[in-house]
Design a protein around this ligand. Structure first.
Ligand SMILES: Cc1ncc(C[n+]2csc(CCOP(=O)(O)OP(=O)(O)O)c2C)c(N)n1
Length: 418
């Protein structure tokens, strides 16, 4: 049997001939085929983690050849299921020296999650919520607008902060306060592919300029014997779960419950697209960004991003449900007005059209929802249809943010401290 190349010839050429970081060791052919694989566990692992089988169209034919070599019916996924080995196929295109990965079937990716091994809490940066699966036992939540106060406190009191791939921007750092720019008593390690970013705003104790896959591959090699397990990951995960589980707010249309209903109703690989605005906060807090990519949202905070992002996703095959959250105002700006100049409302009220009728005029299936029950029913109905579906959710401006803040309370607090 031949795979067309040997490990010895392949390895120096992987990643353009750079240092090998994958932790691969060469096995003889008789070693890499387990004569009695336990396929039930592998089948379960493939079923629960479909992202472990990324396939390009290019891998189909060689995958079939590989399966045939192993006397298995099918292609790469079936071959990986029938053996006890995770399988990757690479190709070298004409005129290219490097090998490219064209498909893989990896059943046990959890071995590649160093933070889980160590028990360290991992939070995602603003609008990068799909970077870590929320089902990870050490997922600690999102650092963005309206963060979980318990998560902020954790970052504030940590001895060591490792920022992997994230820009330490305004939203992620709660306005450059967590951590503070000089973070006395705290060690900050910043890993980022752009050398301009490292040390630009934050004093950095250790800066590493590299791509995220290079870092991940190196980090995955941390030896188990050297690992000190911490409880902080599980604790932070429990705090996040409590924060990210909506409690009924008493609102006529309760957006937390609507997002919870969406989680029930829609597939886990659903992508959430949004632009700037307080409405997005309910999804940032209560949606589980399990898919990758699963969040199309602007880290620069631009309004008007959501619909074009959703159109782009639909061009790539996604089907669209549009939720218009209509509180009759530029709510975010109204919130700032009440906080800084309580009671001085200026140019933030909107005279909105009937978005359901507008959607209908454009050929979308559209529904108006004024209560949580109507929203849930609309969602169920929408699921059974194809084409663009639009739900016009009329919300109460008084409930201005997913944190639970109200206009009345903001105004009262601002007046009291004026
Ligand atoms: C292109 C652009 N213009 C202006 C802003 C400033 N801005 C941020 S949120 C916001 C109001 C958003 O209102 P809306 O979309 O109705 O959402 P809400 O906050 O009411 O949920 C504005 C004007 C922005 N972020 N992007």
């Amino acid at each position: 049997m031949s795979l067309g190349f040997s490990v010895d010839t392949l390895l120096p050429k992987a990643r353009g001939g750079g240092q090998l970081r994958m932790g691969l060791v060469k096995l003889e052919e008789h070693e890499w085929l387990d004569p009695a694989p336990v396929s039930a566990e592998r089948a379960e692992s493939f079923a629960t983690w479909p992202q472990g089988v990324p396939l390009t169209p290019e891998v189909d034919a060689p995958g079939r050849d590989l399966a045939a070599m192993l006397s298995v019916e099918g292609a790469l996924p079936e071959a990986a299921l029938a053996t006890h080995e995770d399988l990757c196929l690479l190709t070298r295109r004409e005129g290219e020296e490097v090998y490219r990965l064209i498909g893989a079937a990896v059943a046990w990716p959890s071995d590649w999650h160093p933070a889980e091994k160590i028990g360290l809490p991992v939070a995602t940066a603003f609008r990068r919520q799909d970077a870590i699966a929320p089902s990870s036992p050490v997922y600690a939540g999102n650092l963005g607008y309206g963060p979980n106060p318990k998560l902020l406190e954790r970052v504030r009191s940590a001895d060591l902060v490792i920022a992997v791939g994230a820009r330490l921007g305004e939203a992620t750092t709660d306005g450059y306060t967590v951590p503070t720019l000089e973070h006395p008593g705290q060690t900050l390690v910043h890993i980022h592919p752009d050398p301009e970013e490292l040390g630009r705003v934050y004093r950095t104790d250790l800066a590493m300029c590299c791509s995220m896959d290079e870092f991940a591959e190196c980090a995955a090699l941390w030896e188990d014997e050297a690992i000190i397990p911490f409880d902080a990951g599980a604790e932070a995960n429990a705090e996040w779960l409590a924060w990210a589980t909506p409690q009924p707010s008493g609102a006529k249309i309760d957006l937390g419950m609507c997002v919870a209903a969406m989680r029930e109703a829609l597939p886990a690989d659903t992508m959430i697209c949004n632009g700037a605005g307080n409405f997005a906060g309910w999804w940032h807090r209560y949606w589980r960004y399990e898919a990758y990519p699963g969040q199309l949202a602007p880290t620069c905070g631009a309004m008007g991003y959501g619909v074009p992002a959703a159109v782009a996703a639909s061009l790539a095959g996604a089907s669209l449900i549009v939720v218009v959250v209509d509180n009759g105002a530029y709510g975010t700006i109204r919130m700032h007005q009440e906080r800084e100049y309580p009671g001085r409302v200026s140019a933030t009220a909107l005279a909105n059209p009937d978005f359901a009728k507008l959607g209908e005029a454009y050929g979308a299936w559209s529904v108006r929802a004024e209560t949580t029950d109507q929203f849930i029913a609309a969602l169920e109905d929408a699921k059974g249809r194809s084409g663009i579906r639009l739900i016009h959710a009329l919300t109460d401006l008084e409930r201005i943010a997913a944190s639970g803040a109200t206009i009345t309370a903001l105004r009262a607090r601002a007046k009291a401290t004026a």
